[in-house]
Design a protein around this ligand. Structure first.
Ligand SMILES: [Zn+2]
Length: 436
């Protein structure tokens, strides 16, 4: 498979050259936000850091972190580095609690972002000849428009189908000959299921590649989606606070780790407890500093996503550092009787068992002072019509595997096929009743 680059020179640049670009950009960024963004200046003053203290890339760790709370406190536009006159677009992420976080873009930011999304699409093997079926939601969420502009910039044909109306999506897929699908992985599964229900043979579709992101998903989920949709599935990473989709992208060649577009976003991995920077290969919380954004630059933003970084050159030829597929979020992490549990680990176990469908929900409850975890999972039609004995055996099998792999005892409940609510965007995997 030959590599398709969007910007070959920068994507294959030796580290020395890359680091010199990063340092120059970092220094100019810090000088700029110190001057123009009051909350950053205040934080830096408290930490007694001046822009000229950034002498090398290692000095990045002297700068204070930025957290979601900072964005909320300065709602809506208090962290913009440019006057509103120069802002051509805003996006917002819906907070489950409190106010949303608002981000802004200048015309140049939109162009940078489109270029990065074009780079991401090319990394997944997309070319100008592709029919891009964009099922990410259009609106305040960055997914839809972010992918849209990138695909146009690449020269592909975009179908701005957005989320929902699954039957229509499949008709369009068939009639228009969609070759590249963009959606959340849980929505891809929803599509796969509907394709089956409509009696459409997936190999009669033209789908070749699926670019899935906006929520963590497991390797087993990848296999499932690849098989059911007859395509190659790759992971895309991004978040609105950093720019939107197009921060990092898995290459089609290896599907092993996502190349961080580090000429624009400087990644770090920190210990989520102590805040200390960890070494390459060590697992911790991802932190990003934007290097080129004008309207909404962000310094050391704590993403709460758990990953690790590795610097070996990839088989695809890219020198850009790779981040491990996000396995969970530090705030998704459930602590069940002292054991750390990520929903993605539960998913990993479930997907490895025959007869189990990739639709599940984790329910956490407090009984007295004791936390309990139940897993509700759908079984396939064939298993469901099986004898009670078979179902009991399957329940025991799942309970045992979860106990063996995660070290936590849970209740497993098998539920009817198609009884768990399907996602049209991000799936709700965990229902935590402990807070109520
Ligand atoms: Zn690669």
């Amino acid at each position: 498979m030959s590599t398709i680059y969007w910007e070959e020179e920068i994507e294959t640049l030796p580290r020395v050259g890359l680091e010199s670009i990063q340092l120059k950009r970092l220094q100019s960024l810090v000088a700029r936000v110190y001057k123009t963004v009051e909350p950053y200046r205040r934080k830096m003053d408290v930490a007694a850091i001046k822009p000229e203290d950034i002498q090398n890339l290692n000095d990045l760790k002297k700068l204070p972190f930025t957290v979601k709370e900072d964005l909320r406190e300065n709602y809506p536009f208090g962290m913009f580095a440019m006057p509103l006159d120069d802002i051509v677009r805003v996006h917002a992420s819906s907070g489950t609690t409190g106010k949303p976080t608002v981000v802004g873009y200048t015309r140049k930011d939109i162009d940078t972002w489109a270029g990065l999304m074009a780079r991401a699409l090319a990394c997944a093997g997309t070319t100008s000849g592709d029919m891009v079926h964009n099922a990410y939601g259009y609106g305040l969420f960055t997914g839809g428009l972010g992918a849209h502009y990138g695909a146009e910039k690449l020269g592909a044909t975009v179908i701005p189908v957005s989320g929902g109306n699954t039957k229509r999506q499949i008709t369009i897929m068939k009639d228009f000959g969609s070759t590249v699908l963009l959606s959340t992985p849980s929505y891809a599964l929803n599509l796969a299921e509907s394709i089956e229900a409509m009696g459409v043979d997936p190999s009669s579709l033209s789908l070749r590649v699926g670019i899935f992101g906006a929520e963590p998903w497991s390797e087993n989920m990848r296999e499932e989606v690849e098989r059911k949709l007859n395509l190659k599935a790759v992971d895309i990473y991004g978040l609105s606070e950093v720019i939107g989709p197009g921060v990092a992208m898995e290459c089609l060649q290896t599907k092993k780790g996502l190349h961080v577009f580090e000429d624009h976003f400087l990644p770090e991995i920190i210990d989520p407890e102590s805040g200390e920077v960890l070494l390459p290969g060590e697992k911790g919380e991802l932190v990003f500093t934007t290097l080129t954004k004008e309207a909404f630059p962000i310094i050391r933003y704590r993403t709460k996503d758990i990953s690790s970084l590795y610097y070996e050159t990839c088989e695809c030829g890219r020198t850009l550092v790779r981040m491990e597929k996000v396995t969970g979020r530090s705030d998704d992490m459930l602590i069940i009787r002292g054991v750390n549990v990520f929903p993605s680990q539960v998913e990993h176990v479930l997907m490895g068992i025959d007869g189990v469908e990739p639709h599940y929900q984790i329910i956490v409850e407090r009984e007295g002072s004791m936390d309990t975890m139940s897993v509700e999972v759908e079984v396939s039609d064939t298993v469901f019509t099986d004898k009670i004995k078979g179902l009991e055996k399957l329940t025991q099998h799942i309970t045992r595997d979860i106990k063996d792999i995660l070290g936590v005892t849970c209740r497993v409940k098998l539920v009817n096929p198609r009884s768990i609510k399907r996602s049209e965007g991000k799936a709700q995997r965990v229902i935590d009743n402990r807070k109520i």
